[in-house]
Design a binder for this molecule. Structure first.
Ligand code: ADP
Ligand code: MG
Length: 580
């Protein structure tokens, strides 16, 4: 068996790098398809280079290559990858190093199309598990893309020789060998990860759903940049919500603990309410050092709930919030191709429950007003019997009491939530103040509108998608993604732009593969969505994203999404069908 690619048969005939050089000489100046002959594994002594997929022409998607460095050669201490979180951090760090090396080089092969391109995943502010780089028992597999050079459609093998024999070995050495990299920086990344995981584990013990360290920088540089804002007001916890955690590396860190239950953020416009909520919704991920949010840690099942007019809904029980629609439309198995603000937000909530969320995050800026609240005057004029909507304010307490789901709500314009909140925080010039007592006192003079004594209504939680025979019959199912906002499976587009916690286009790409996998392998009319979500999660825990690919041909540019986004994606797929 071959140590480098144990699952592959071809490995038995691994060739030497010298043979690759000879092959390159042989095919130089030939027609582009001759590049296909290069497919295979080559021994470069310190690592194995594998040419996994060769592009059909210079303008097609670049060729896929991988590099495997043996554990003893790479030399990374086992303590850097002995937990899942640390391994992901190590992988992320090395991917960034390699990306810097390949983009830093001044080399650019001349030629047509994608000639000379060397590409690897671009990591953003989050630390994500990716197919680009995997550490297994110390050995490293790196996946990347290369544009095989050509002049017109004629092979320019000398340029490829430069890429594979001059440039690549340097990039590999400088990023995948422990002895060659900046060890202190790696150590810092691993230590940060340990601290982050420590906070994550402490949250439930301390009955918190989130922690925001003092000194954190929450606002971003701009609407299109995830980098921290320069000169921002650093975060400072109110005295009453202060908790101190003894982190394994950084030592004592103080910050705001958001207790489980119902927390309200209020304050004047432009005082930083939405900014803190956004920091919390991103806190489900670990961030890199220097991000400003690296010690903002949120329960990682948290789901941002918002209105999403126009989305499709398939067989979701929204009856706890909406029933008795005028046309007698069924809201226990509610389906529509074009949801309204309130029905979409209700469906997002019920699907969030289904996806196992323990924390909902809601911003009035992006909510349907009639889903959130109905004021007293309106209650008097429009009688309860005439109004199909039971607003969120009437369910938020039982959601916590009966289902154990906390809520953090930004509500600058309605005092009604004062009655139902356990904690009220005012944002004042970007600084939070605990005003719970003052708010409760003021509210006692007004009638409560929630009447929130009744238990959370029972609801139908078993939805078993039917198999799509048409799709199963297709022999090539095309997949395409557009940034983080949309994906296509076969000819069906899935709109994802309102999944705010989907952060990376490689996550979107993974969602497309996961949806395809679910369609072809899981949907059988018997398994429900919850089981499917749990199954996919388990597969990825055990085998990584590689589980989505039949054989060795793994995409080099996928990042792992959370179960919540996977299920949200399936729920937005317009061909989803249920037995009725
Ligand atoms: P709100 O939701 O209360 O209306 P936002 O959260 O949208 O306010 O913030 C308003 C503006 O203030 C945004 O441009 C944001 O980037 C900026 N901002 C938020 N927090 C800070 C901070 N800590 N320091 C400096 N600027 C901030
Ligand atoms: Mg706002």
């Amino acid at each position: 068996m071959c140590w480098a690619f144990p699952h592959r048969k071809e490995c038995e005939n691994m060739q030497s790098s010298l043979e690759l050089r000879n092959e390159l000489k042989r095919i130089d100046h030939k027609g582009y398809p001759a590049y296909k002959d290069l497919k295979g594994q080559y021994d470069f002594r310190d690592y194995v280079l594998s040419i996994d997929h060769v592009q059909g022409d210079p303008f097609a998607a670049p060729s896929r290559l991988s590099i495997r460095v043996k554990g003893e050669k790479a030399g990374f201490p086992a303590a850097f990858y002995d937990t899942h979180a640390k391994r992901v951090t190590l992988q992320d760090h090395l991917t960034r190093l390699f990306a810097r090396e390949v983009s830093g080089g001044s080399f650019q092969a001349k030629g047509s199309g994608k000639s000379g391109l060397l590409g690897v995943s671009r990591c953003g502010q989050q630390v994500l598990e990716r197919t680009a780089l995997k550490v297994e028992g110390g050995s490293i597999t790196l996946r990347f893309e290369a544009g095989f050079p050509a002049n017109g459609r004629t092979i320019n093998a000398r340029e490829l020789e430069k890429m594979l024999f001059d440039i690549l070995p340097v990039c590999v050495r400088k990023s995948l060998y422990y002895s060659q990299i900046d060890q202190k920086k790696l150590q810092q990344a691993i230590c940060l990860c340990e601290d982050q995981q420590y906070i994550r584990e402490k949250l439930p013990e301390m009955a918190l759903c989130a922690f925001v360290a003092d000194g954190s920088i929450l606002p971003r540089e701009s609407g299109i940049s995830e980098k921290p804002m320069k000169g921002a007001v650093p975060f400072r916890s109110p005295e009453s919500l202060k908790v101190t955690l003894e982190l394994p590396n950084r030592g004592a860190v103080t910050g705001m603990g958001i207790p489980k239950g119902i927390t309200l953020f209020v304050g004047g416009g432009y005082h930083g309410k939405s900014t803190i909520l956004q920091a919390l919704q991103n806190g489900v991920y670990n961030h890199i050092g220097g991000d400003g949010r690296e010690l903002v840690i949120t329960d990682d099942t948290a789901v941002k709930l918002r209105a999403e007019d126009g989305r499709s809904i398939a067989g979701v029980d929204i009856s706890p919030f909406i029933k008795n629609l005028p046309n007698k439309k069924d809201t226990v198995h509610f389906s529509t191709e074009d949801a309204s603000g309130s029905t979409s937000q209700a469906a997002n909530l019920m699907e969030g429950v289904e996806a196992g969320s323990r924390l909902f995050l809601i911003d009035e800026d992006t909510s349907a007003t009639n889903f959130m609240i109905r004021d007293q005057l309106m209650q008097e004029v429009i009688l309860a019997g005439e109004e199909p909507i039971t607003p969120f304010i009437c369910r938020v307490n039982s959601l916590y009491r009966d289902l154990g789901i906390s809520s953090v709500i930004v509500a600058g314009s309605s005092g009604s939530y004062f009655h139902v909140a356990d904690t009220v925080i005012q944002m004042k010039e970007y600084v939070p103040f605990d005003i719970t007592e003052k708010a409760k006192e003021a509210a006692s003079g007004y009638p409560a509108m929630s009447g929130d004594e009744e238990p959370f209504p029972s609801y139908n939680s078993k939805r078993c998608p039917l198999p799509d025979m048409g799709l199963k019959k297709e022999d090539r199912i095309k997949i395409k993604t557009m940034g983080t906002s949309e994906l296509m499976l076969a000819r069906e587009s899935v709109e994802l732009r309102y999944l705010e916690q989907l952060k990376d286009q490689e996550q979107t790409a993974a969602l497309a593969w996961l949806l395809k996998y679910a369609e072809l392998k899981l949907m059988d009319g018997k398994k429900d969505l919850k089981q499917m979500g749990a199954f996919l999660e388990k597969q990825m825990d055990e085998k990584g994203l590689e589980c989505l690919f039949e054989r060795g041909d793994v995409s080099a540019s996928l990042a792992r999404p959370r179960k919540q986004e996977i299920m949200a994606c399936i729920n937005r797929y317009r061909r989803l069908q249920f037995q009725r």
